[in-house]
Ligand binder design. Structure first.
Ligand code: FES
Ligand SMILES: [Fe+2]
Length: 475
């Protein structure tokens, strides 16, 4: 993409220099913008479909829908993945019927996607045209009626590029897209050290939510909101954050105003709590986070190991010693139950920070043995609605991963935990507030909310400059 920033208004250098910036609200509110995303954004980007482990066997298949597009992804006999637009080339019927997602009398759990197993071919429900798993047409009723002029190219399914990264299946509808590895860039290289591919779903939930998809993903991109939204967490730790653009993607991390707590490996989810006795507060911080973020963003092993810190270390232990001991003992506990941590070099752990915003609509908060992730898509033609998904990954002993499926869960604390419910409590009111004629436009924090600015910078590059951020010149 265009790194000179001519469409985006802001350059990567502007971001690195933490220039003050603003951007219009069209990306969140405008129906024209939403329609333009259908042409300029979704068909052009690599986007995550599902975990690879959801399609383990030949003949496994599923649909993935975004905006007006529907894609079929399947696993072939040779173990490779294929993807096609979900449309019959005859007269355009969806090959696989994908009903409305919202829960209703027929679908009390909603329709997250349509999937199945043992597929040998796809037969169109309208006139019976048939396609093999390579997308070739294998049957047309009365082909002679076309004077034998139909070619295989005219009657096959339209192929979509498919690839994998981090245990995820990705697709792009753009035949000229850069390879996925190049798309992931340095973000992908860093996250590869955390071996996301070796993790499995712990839980996965989704909902239709009343805000734009960007309003939703941005609610999870920056820790600047923790002090204002998750006030109860301030008892255990400080949440001063930093964020940094990595081209298409961005990272955030905990920064600190207190050099005592500045430790190379503890910028992310494994850091000391605040207070006089960090042995106690580290445990309280990690336990509080784990229990109120729906038992994610950490693991039981890490929480248990932290609970022993006060018995295993002297009161004089420094925050650095506490973190080192905690991680060493948690790693040993996990090894004893068959969960082997990837070896992440300290400099990668530092650079990897707390969480990655992967352009355009993914967010991954990662550790060696867990990840808390989000993905958001537009819902219908309504800029005020989105399909919101969140899921926890964890590294389990061989064969120990739980069986999970996508569960429709209304966005309340009972289903998502107190912390996510607090995030939900902002989203629809941000969507409403931005419509106020008294709103002069966003004033994102250039240090702590750079991921949000970078999202708009990259969106503008795809969106022909629509919604481009601009420098906020202050004399
Ligand atoms: S639309 Fe598919 S066979 Fe006619
Ligand atoms: Fe939050």
């Amino acid at each position: 993409m265009n790194e000179t920033g001519t469409k985006a208004g802001l350059t990567a250098q502007d971001m690195d220099e933490e220039r003050l910036a603003t951007y219009p609200t069209a990306a969140f509110l405008s129906r024209d913008y939403l329609q333009a995303e259908k042409q300029l954004l979704w068909p052009k980007v690599w986007q995550m479909v599902e975990r690879e482990s959801d399609l383990p066997d030949p003949g496994d298949w599923m649909t993935y829908d975004v905006a007006d597009e529907s894609i079929i992804v399947l696993r072939k006999d040779d173990g490779t993945l294929k993807a096609f637009h979900n449309v019959c080339p005859h007269r355009g019927r969806q090959l696989v019927s994908v009903p409305d997602m919202l829960p209703g009398p027929k679908n009390p759990n909603g329709v997250h996607d349509v999937r199945g197993n043992n597929r040998r071919n796809f037969i169109c429900g309208f006139h019976g045209w048939t396609f093999d798993l390579d997308g070739n047409n294998t049957y047309i009723l009365d082909p002679q009626d076309w004077h034998h002029k139909l070619t295989p190219e005219m009657t096959c399914l339209s192929e979509v590029q498919v690839d994998t990264w981090g245990g995820y299946i990705y697709i792009t509808m753009d035949p000229d897209a850069v390879p996925l590895q190049e798309w992931m860039g340095r973000a992908g290289e860093i996250l590869d050290h955390f071996d996301l591919a070796g993790m499995h779903y712990k839980w996965r939930q989704w909902a239709i939510y009343d805000c734009n998809w960007k309003t939703a993903i941005e609610a999870f991109l920056e820790p600047y909101h923790v002090a204002g939204t998750h006030t109860q967490l301030l008892a255990y730790g400080d949440y001063y954050a930093l964020s940094k653009q990595y081209g298409l993607h961005s990272v955030s991390s905990y920064d600190t105003r207190d050099s005592k707590f500045q430790m190379s490996e503890s910028a992310g989810t494994t850091r000391a709590g605040k207070g006089d006795d960090a042995r106690v507060s580290t445990y309280e911080l990690i336990r509080e986070n784990y229990e109120t973020v729906n038992y994610s963003a950490s693991t039981e092993t890490l929480v248990n190991a932290a609970s022993r810190l006060v018995d295993e270390l002297p009161e004089t232990a420094t925050p650095g010693e506490i973190i080192a001991h905690w991680l060493t003992s948690a790693k040993a506990d996990d090894a004893a139950r068959g969960v082997v941590w990837p070896e992440v070099p300290p400099e990668i752990k530092k650079e990897g920070g707390l969480a990655w915003g992967l352009f355009p609509n993914q967010n991954i908060l990662h550790g060696e043995t867990f990840a808390l992730c989000y993905r958001v898509r537009p819902y219908g033609d309504d800029p005020d609605k989105c399909i919101f998904e969140s899921y926890a990954l964890e590294r389990f002993p061989e064969g120990g991963a739980p069986q999970t499926e996508w569960v429709y869960a209304d966005p309340i604390g009972e289903h998502w935990g107190a912390v996510l419910a607090q995030d939900f409590s902002n989203m629809q009111f941000v969507q409403k507030g931005m419509k106020s004629s008294g709103f002069r436009g966003p004033l994102p924090n250039p240090h702590q909310e750079q991921k949000v600015i970078n999202l708009h910078r990259n969106l503008a590059n795809f969106m022909d400059g629509m919604g481009a951020p601009t420098r906020l010149e202050v004399e």
